[in-house]
Design a protein around this ligand. Structure first.
Ligand SMILES: [Zn+2]
Length: 119
């Protein structure tokens, strides 16, 4: 990610348009992947006799649903121009962290303090 923002007049948003578009594409692709995994797993669980469904299957379903919620939330923040800001301390989340976790809601420090969105 480049640090020299050319247009200083639109400095209210954390990301410039090109970067925001790139993030949105990543999030939408991630969303498609998770949604497909969720559908496949839901169908597998539905087809299995109840006693053969593992507790870990339910955990995975829950995790996938949770990530879809988080991805949708990140897309909403992106539209509102709030993307990339920590919900805990209001600081910008480092680009390197967003690279790894594009729907991160917290910086590493706040995440470590237990403000976790996942379980
Ligand atoms: Zn923070």
């Amino acid at each position: 990610m480049t640090t020299n923002v050319g247009d200083a007049s639109s400095g209210t948003h954390a990301l410039n348009d090109a970067a925001a578009r790139e993030v949105r594409q990543r999030l939408e692709e991630e969303r498609r992947t998770r949604a497909a995994q969720l559908t496949a797993l839901e169908q597998a669980v539905e087809r299995s006799p109840l006693e053969q469904v593992e507790a870990s299957d339910y955990t995975r379903l829950e995790n996938l649903r949770q990530s879809l919620v988080e991805i949708d939330d990140a897309l909403r923040r992106l539209r509102e121009g709030a993307y990339g800001r920590c919900e805990g301390c209001g600081q910008a989340i480092p680009a390197g962290r967003l690279e790894i976790l594009p729907y991160a809601r917290f910086c590493v420090r706040c995440q470590g303090r237990g403000a976790r969105g996942d379980r």
